[in-house]
Write a protein that binds this ligand. Structure first.
Ligand SMILES: Nc1ncnc2c1ncn2[C@@H]1O[C@H](COP(=O)(O)OP(=O)(O)OP(=O)(O)O)[C@@H](O)[C@H]1O
Ligand SMILES: [Mg+2]
Length: 464
């Protein structure tokens, strides 16, 4: 389990000095936290592997494993855990080293009860948001988001800024870039944290159902409506409504969403009165809405209403410096989940990843590492365990087809090319679970061209 799902308030205290452990334990238990203790760096490492903590308070000078080692390991396994360093041998150097490794604060011993208490309370209040105000020195994560590239730091800053407001946010980015994570982070950082965060997947629900899903219905509104049922918008009352894949909404539903956005009221299907709702709207799309507005596929007025605060998440290939840190994070996670002892990627395997295009972005990297951990039998991930998709290899590799040799008897080129085309269409559909516009994106062709080709090969399912 990663730290994002842990109960708030679970603290691990690490100190080889018994009196300090007991002092902190008694104080923190009294304050209502769940407390665990470790009497050495080593047992702290074991605890971190076994369990997840919201906070780690650790001494620095311990042998053989010191507090900095514990800090580093903790950040590798669970970047969201807040780490506070306490030490009787406070030196600026160690303090700086600890901060660089992502520690939240550094307290010299002895300290007063009130001092440590205010640091802990402050840390929980600012959890996930700390230190990102300085983009040069901030840590490499923000809540559940990981990445240290300037592009991601900018995203963290934007999240912090928009979280404080009530305005609508439009998150754009290719598939798998983390749009949903960003939406959640905004909600968590906002005053609405604690109220519901409701996700509506505008592409996942059939057109005929989405209206009742969103707005609910009155008893008897249609056949089968045996009771009155609240919709998702009302469920989000007081909280945040996340409209995912907003570009997939039909024109008819766009009108209804516009009304919700403009007037903050809804009407249930079969209802006669308007219900006012207090929801903050965050939407996301991997499509070019501006383009869709020009093509008259998306309402201009709705676009401007939703896009008050835009956040663009760049694709992973535009921020290659995040690849290593993300790979390492997923490696620790899957290694723990699968009960394996794999903590490293070989440098060649890492090079391969760093040169890969990641058409499926962070989600694809996550799956590559998951498969790698599952397949690897040694303690290091070797290149052979990395299965990169065949439709787009490393930027430096020649495309797979150019490696083909012409057999002496010759080939039927047209048939051969058609076969490749058909296979690529099929693989793209598989990779995107049948979402055609994403599949088209993977192949670098327009949706129209993609559909034309599906029809040509009799692969069109006719569901649209
Ligand atoms: N910066 C990040 N740090 C850690 N994990 C990430 C990051 N970005 C994405 N992920 C992970 O990648 C996966 C995809 O993220 P998410 O669902 O938020 O992407 P998305 O942009 O909404 O994709 P889609 O357009 O396909 O819906 C998730 O498992 C998520 O946890
Ligand atoms: Mg998504």
């Amino acid at each position: 389990m990663n730290s994002c799902q842990a109960n708030p308030g679970k603290i691990l205290i690490v100190d080889d000095e018994k009196s300090m452990r007991e002092f902190l334990e008694i104080m923190l238990l009294k304050d209502g936290y769940q407390v665990h203790t470790a009497d050495s760096g080593q047992s702290a490492l074991e605890a971190i592997q076994r369990d997840s903590f919201d906070m780690l308070i650790t001494d620095i000078r311990m042998k053989p494993v010191n507090g900095l080692d514990v800090l580093k390991q903790c950040k590798a396994v669970s970047p969201g855990t807040v780490v506070i360093i306490i030490s009787a041998y406070a030196s600026t150097e160690t303090a700086v080293a600890a901060m660089k490794e992502g520690a939240y604060d550094y307290l010299p011993k002895p300290f007063k009860v009130d001092e440590i208490r205010s640091v802990i309370e402050g840390a929980f209040r600012n959890r996930g948001a700390e230190k990102v105000t300085n983009p040069q020195e901030g840590p490499f994560y923000f809540g559940c988001l990981i990445g240290e590239s300037p592009a991601m730091r900018k995203v963290y800053e934007l999240i912090q800024r928009v979280a404080a407001t009530n305005s609508n946010v439009l998150i754009t980015g290719e598939s798998g870039t983390g749009k949903e994570l960003v939406a959640k982070a905004i909600h968590r950082q906002s005053p609405r944290n604690g109220e519901p965060f409701v996700v509506v997947n505008c592409a996942g629900v059939p057109e005929s159902l989405i209206e009742s899903e969103l707005f609910g219905y009155k008893k008897g509104a249609f056949t089968g409506a045996s009771t009155t049922r609240k919709g998702m918008v009302e469920t989000a009352q007081g909280g945040t409504l996340f409209l995912d894949e907003i570009g997939e909404l039909s024109m008819a539903l766009q009108v209804k969403i516009l009304r919700l956005v403009q007037e903050k009221t809804i009407r249930m299907i079969g209802g006669t009165e308007d219900i006012s709702v207090d929801v903050r709207i965050i939407s996301a799309t991997n499509r070019d809405l501006e383009e869709m507005v020009i093509e008259n596929k998306f309402r201009e007025d709705l676009y401007y209403r939703l896009n008050v605060l835009p956040i663009r998440i760049p694709p992973l290939r535009e921020r290659p410096m995040d690849i290593q840190i993300l790979a390492q994070h997923f490696l620790s996670r899957f290694s723990r989940e699968f009960g394996k002892d794999i903590h490293k990627l070989s440098s060649y395997a890492m090079d391969i990843l760093k040169n890969y295009d990641f058409p499926g972005n962070v989600r694809e990297l996550e799956h590559i590492i998951e498969r790698g951990v599952a397949l690897e039998s040694s303690s290091i991930i070797l290149p052979d365990s990395l299965t990169l998709s065949t439709y787009k290899r490393s930027r430096n590799d020649p495309p797979p087809c150019t490696a083909m040799n012409l057999p002496p008897e010759g080939i039927d080129l047209d048939r051969y090319l058609m076969e490749i085309e058909r296979k690529m269409l099929h693989q793209a559909l598989q990779a995107t679970r049948g979402i055609k516009h994403k599949a088209a994106g993977l192949l670098g062709i327009t949706f129209r061209s993609f559909r034309y080709r599906l029809i040509k090969y009799g692969m069109e399912s006719g569901e649209e």
